[in-house]
Design a protein around this ligand. Structure first.
Ligand SMILES: [Zn+2]
Length: 306
């Protein structure tokens, strides 16, 4: 098995690196990839990483099919319209991160806009919205409904060299990017002074892994599509390198019902299953406890351009 010589984030030596898991979800059977942990900066990363060619091929052609197989039927990835409806609770949860930074006619860019479920309501509310979406199926749908979508940041900069935004956001994109620092720095050049980059990523302290240690979840969680899994400490390490003010917020996406189904069946898809019996108060209290202790499933970063 190939071993990393250095941490790809903080460059700590090989002796500080150890294997987290050999279970790489979606990876080829005969591959020698694994996820490693760096005890210096606390990041988890895939090694060897995807080549640029593998990364591009994966996103252009395989993303929707891969997500459909992961999310089951409820994800609605086969049809963009279904996807928008299925993601309405997600949209509402995310809006609490965006709303404080939106003015009346903010210029907004979403990197990885998927079916456009975040952008369409923002456009209707009067914001000037643009999207980046490398996956063909969804970007065609979003374009057909009247929003401007580019294949990549680079393509947008060629078409509109002076594009500037008040808010740039991306949800569950950064963990897919081979060079996350360069990715964020490229966005900073597109941001007006006072603008914000807001993003959400999985937290490596997901309770199904860090608290309950469910074997089936361990086989599902570490995805071939993710070069990185950040914790709060490793995200601090990354964001400090930018040299701008930032904050890191915690959130919990999945509920107690989902966790109970993971524990019982070793499968996703339990969201809301037992909420009628448990009650919203218990579901909410459970999420708050996970957020309080930091054993929650996602992290939100907010970077301020001064
Ligand atoms: Zn490191």
């Amino acid at each position: 098995m190939a071993l990393p010589e250095n941490c790809p984030l903080c460059h700590a030596v090989g002796e500080k690196q150890s294997v987290v898991t050999h279970h790489v979800y979606g990876g080829a059977k005969n591959q020698s990839r694994a996820f490693f942990y760096c005890e210096v900066c606390d990041v988890r990363y895939q090694y060897p990483g995807l080549t640029a060619e593998e990364e591009a091929r994966f996103y252009a052609a395989e993303f929707e099919g891969f997500m459909a197989s992961r999310a089951g039927n409820k994800g609605g990835w086969h049809k963009a319209e279904d996807h928008i409806i299925a993601n309405e609770p997600t949209r509402q949860r995310r809006m609490k991160y965006l709303a404080p930074y939106l003015d009346e006619h903010s210029r907004v860019l979403e990197v990885g806009c998927s079916s456009g479920f975040m952008l369409f309501p923002l456009a209707e509310a009067g914001h000037v919205c643009k999207g980046i979406e490398p996956s063909g199926v969804f970007s065609e749908f979003v374009k057909n409904r009247g929003l401007t979508v580019y294949d990549s940041l680079r393509q947008m900069q060629m078409v509109v060299p002076d594009a500037q935004f008040d808010v740039i956001f991306h949800f569950f994109v950064l963990e897919h990017i081979a060079d996350p620092l360069a990715f964020l720095e490229a966005q900073l050049t597109l941001l007006k002074p006072g603008g914000k980059i807001i993003f959400e990523i999985p937290n490596a302290a997901d309770p199904l892994y860090s608290v309950y240690d469910i074997p089936a979840f361990e086989r599902f969680y570490w995805s071939v599509a993710h070069p990185w899994y950040f914790s709060e400490d490793s995200l601090h390490y990354l964001l400090k390198q930018i040299g701008l003010p930032y904050e890191i917020l915690r959130d919990q996406r999945y509920d107690l019902s989902n966790h109970m189904v993971w524990a019982r069946d070793g499968k996703p898809g339990g969201m809301g299953c037992f909420t009628e019996t448990l009650g919203l108060e218990l579901e909410d209290g459970y999420k708050q406890a996970l957020i309080r202790t930091g054993k929650c499933d996602t992290l939100v970063g907010v970077i301020s351009k001064v």
